[in-house]
Write a new protein. Structure first.
Length: 319
């Protein structure tokens, strides 16, 4: 779907660390163009222009903008650093993209082996580095990455302190390692991970101190464990998780300090619990959750710090 992005989004994002959180104090610069996809990282953004031209902009420390510079500068104008791509992701100080040949590339920060094939001594790259071929989907964690290949195999690499790679160990790896087969979609949280298989079963693993894996406990889960069936979509946040079943019901679990699980309480949830019906899409943030219902309404719960809900207040909601 084509989207139109104006520079007001860019300016708002770059000013967030300074405490400017609303659009009221921003200056609108009309640079509307046709975009087919975009993604926001912590301090930079990336987008695909219609035709497959990849752009990035924002804070460029260690090179996530892809302009060949790793200086600590704010790149306020979108820079076209690659062509012929169909998917792009921005997170931390890295940018990942999949090109039209289904090859996966990374540019920018490469700590904890996230260079994929460069080894522990490669801290960052100012030019795109190829990671893998035949890739259809990729997801970032804090310091680990997951991707699904066209044949349904799931691969992972990077930090593995809490078993977030899903290989049954806590040993980090600097090259992609196959974890599972029959996977449709993957999602990486802060230090936990999820895989939605083609048969609708949902598997989780990794850090579980808040119950974010959903297996009923709070101890680290190193090998993947099945937690739900008949799942249509999954999203993992910082320390909580959410899934939509085929019947449109929303299920949440994990950290609930701010009510981000949406069950009306602030007690952590260690197993998936149904909280809504008629849900079309869900997105789990660090400490809040957003839901698009089938009737077109948008709902939020959890931390509303700095007006994250966009509802004119900064009050916390538990649904």
């Amino acid at each position: 779907m084509k989207r139109f992005i104006s520079a007001i989004l860019v300016i708002a994002m770059l000013l967030l660390p300074l405490g400017i959180v609303g659009f009221a104090d921003s200056v609108t610069l009309e640079i509307e163009q046709e975009w087919q996809n975009f993604d926001l990282g912590t301090t930079h953004a990336a987008a695909i222009h219609v035709g497959g031209l990849g752009y990035a902009w924002g804070y460029n420390y260690n090179g996530p903008v892809g302009n060949g510079s790793g200086a600590s500068t704010n790149e306020t104008v979108p820079y076209d650093f690659v062509s012929g791509i169909k998917s792009i992701e921005a997170n931390g100080k890295s940018t990942l993209y999949i090109d039209n040949n289904d090859d996966l590339y990374i540019v920018g920060q490469m700590y904890y082996g996230v260079a994929g094939n460069q080894g522990s001594n490669q801290l960052f790259s100012l030019t795109p580095v190829k990671i893998a071929s035949n890739v259809k989907q990729v997801s970032f964690g804090s310091m680990h990455f997951l991707f699904v290949k066209n044949d349904g195999t799931l691969w992972a690499w990077g930090q593995n302190v809490f078993g977030e790679l899903g290989d049954g160990t806590t040993t980090e790896t600097y090259t992609p390692k196959q974890i599972m087969t029959g996977v449709e979609y993957c999602a990486a949280g802060y230090e936990h991970s999820a895989a939605l298989k083609t048969d609708g079963t949902l598997y989780m693993w990794g850090m579980n101190d808040h119950g974010q894996v959903g297996n009923g406990g709070t101890t680290t889960q190193k090998p993947p464990v099945q937690v739900l069936t008949n799942v249509a979509a999954v999203s993992v946040g910082g320390y909580h998780s959410a899934a939509i079943k085929n019947d449109g019901t929303l299920w949440t679990w994990g950290d609930n300090t701010y009510g981000q699980c949406g069950n009306g309480s602030t007690s952590n949830v260690t197993s998936p619990r149904q909280v809504l019906t008629g849900v079309a899409q869900v997105s789990a943030g660090d400490f809040h959750t957003g839901v698009l219902k089938t009737d077109g309404t948008v709902w939020f719960c959890g931390s509303n710090y700095r007006g994250a809900f966009g509802n004119g207040t900064s009050a916390t909601y538990r649904l």
